[in-house]
Design a protein around this ligand. Sequence first.
Ligand code: SF4
Length: 382
Amino acid sequence: MSATQHNSAHTVSDLAQDASKVPQRAAIRHDWTREEVEAFYDMPFNDLLFQAQIVHRQHFDPNEVQVSTLLSIKTGACPEDCKYCPQSARYDTGLEKERLLEMEKVIQRAKEAKQTGSTRFCMGAAWRNPKERDMPYLTQMVAEVKSLGLETCMTLGMLTRDQALALKQAGLDYYNHNLDTSPEFYGDIITTRTYQDRLDTLQHVRDAGMNVCSGGIVGMGESVSDRAGLLMQLANLPEHPQSVPINMLVKVDGTPLDKLEDMDPFEFIRTIAIARIMMPASHVRLSAGRENMSEQTQALCFMAGANSIFYGCKLLTTSNPDTHEDVLLFKKLGINTERTRDYSDEAHELLLEEALEQQQAPDELFYDATAGKTAGKQAETA
Ligand code: SF4
């Protein structure tokens, strides 16, 4: 049966029946076609969400969300030309560049992240690729954060095979490197590295035995076919990325995409649902753009299969909902984090208290892209 037939043949009641008939777990596939994926975009919204929920419940606790914290360890002055990114040296976004962060500040942030419920600590540097001279420092950073009992993730740009191996040996659990968009639209967004360069880095990360975190950004003026193309690329990799961040473009003044129309939130929710269906066992991360989403949109994203977020008020250089807002939203939705599987009222109150306490402390580690000249915010993906 073709995807279109499959689509039209499934009414809501068919799907409801399917819920009891489907095998224990949806098959993990790596042979998705563009027609199949585009057909998902054409499905009635409720049918799509229902199907995504079925798949989600086969693989995950539907009321549990994994929480990561992201810290910029080196900010701005990036030589690449990613058109969405305020960290590119090519655009005047008012971003102050910063050197590689001191180890003690990184450790302090990692401890705070653990306290507020994060299980993974992601460290991002605005580089084309890490320099060899920085590798000993980076590997030490991985080992120190790991020793706190957190999962570790880094995003440093392109990696060689040897660099990937060195990071793995230091204890790095995840490496983030996004594909950003479809191969067809890619040249409209980035010209300083090729799609193949990105695929090569993902290969080195996989070969080194690390988990892959890779996703993309929607709302950059791409077509539905491009969104389908991005998801196809991700789902047809030799292994599905263990984490799939789906970002909604956050427009930052001074970047070439700052005047684009806002994306319809329903299209974003659809993209989350389709990612969930195509990569059933991956954590799908509701990533940048969350601050501009209503609680209801975020709730629909969780319904559609998103089961990972970043906690904290900044995403590298741009803003994110305050941690206490996330804790309150989780409470309203009855969502647990991995750290608080038993999300009793007491556990929730404690988490909320800690989150509020930390937010009252001055934040010296991040440039606030929302202050002053910038109306929008942006999350970057090295
Ligand atoms: S997304 Fe990453 S590689 Fe691209 S300009 Fe920003 S920091 Fe540099």
